[in-house]
Ligand binder design. Structure first.
Ligand code: NAD
Length: 263
């Protein structure tokens, strides 16, 4: 069962590409007005989301807040409130990656990964909750990762942030348990987005193989299905978590990972 979100307002962080864009399209197709956020060219993303929601006449907004800065997160939420009047569905999706061993991990990268992948979700959550509580309805979806559940070498900041995000998800779910607000996490395995393509390219260069071989190596190492999860599949999961059928799904970390964490 999927969600009917006509008249609702969704804010999806990091939605100019990849998973965030796919989820934004899914929410618009279910009727939600959408506020986009993220770096780079945002107009093509806005066009795709508008097209997805055309049948419902959805409105699409954008704010380019840098989520590593608290004042900009606050400006993003103020923009959503001013332009759309509310946020009913919050998708904390923006994320970055940096790969290095712990002892060589650049301190500045550690701070950036923690700020964007974890602290930003705390700030958006604290800012949307009063409105969601007042309306007694809300959905907070945290895009974590299999790396919220298990670790991989050279990803200290990312793994720490994603484990932390699952902690935040559970606490938020407990604090809202007697309300119509739910908070859950999505834990994808490999999804072929710009974030992962960078890792594929680095691997191809490092191993001296072509990009296709690097992709296959990356998948076969961790993901038993040897197939990428798609943003569309994650959007379908997000829509389920927004539906009435999921009103008692609270504080879960739902993996969609081709069997990664079953090993
Ligand atoms: P992506 O690089 O395609 O998209 C990341 C988005 O975040 C972009 O819109 C980017 O502009 C935005 N962003 C980055 N830094 C930002 C900042 N400081 N402020 C605001 N926006 C910022 O990556 P993706 O693969 O779609 O990743 C989305 C989320 O999914 C991330 O949280 C990532 O950790 C998670 N994830 C991805 C995978 C995967 O295999 N791709 C797997 C598990 C989890």
């Amino acid at each position: 069962m999927s969600a009917q979100l006509s008249g609702k307002v969704a804010l999806v962080t990091g939605s100019t590409s990849g998973i965030g864009l796919g989820v934004a399209e899914g929410l618009a197709a279910a009727g939600a007005h959408v506020v986009l956020n993220g770096f780079g060219e945002w107009q093509p993303a806005a066009e795709r989301v508008r097209a997805a929601g055309a049948a419902h006449g959805v409105r699409v907004g954008y704010h380019g807040a840098d989520l590593s800065k608290v004042a900009e997160v606050e400006a993003l939420l103020a923009h959503a409130q001013a332009e759309f009047g509310r946020v009913d569905v919050l998708v904390n999706n923006a994320g970055i990656q940096h790969v290095a061993p712990v002892e060589a991990f650049p301190v500045e990268r550690w701070d950036a990964v923690l700020a964007i992948n974890l602290s930003a979700a705390f700030h958006t959550t604290r800012l949307v909750l009063p409105g969601m509580r007042a309306r007694n309805w809300g959905r907070i979806l945290n895009v974590a990762s299999v790396h919220g559940l298990v670790a991989s070498a050279k990803k200290a900041a990312y793994v720490a942030a994603k484990h932390g995000l699952l902690g935040l998800t559970k606490v938020t779910a407990l604090e809202t348990a007697r309300t119509g607000v739910t908070c859950n996490a999505l834990c994808p395995g490999w999804v072929l987005t710009p974030l992962v393509q960078k890792q594929v390219d680095a691997r191809a260069a490092g191993d001296g193989v072509d990009v296709e071989a690097a992709r296959e190596a990356l998948l076969s190492e961790k993901q038993p299905s040897a197939a990428f999860v798609t943003p569309g599949q994650l959007a379908a999961l997000a829509l389920f978590l927004c539906s009435d059928a999921a009103s008692e799904v609270r504080g879960v970390a739902w993996n969609m990972d081709g069997g990664w964490t079953a090993q």
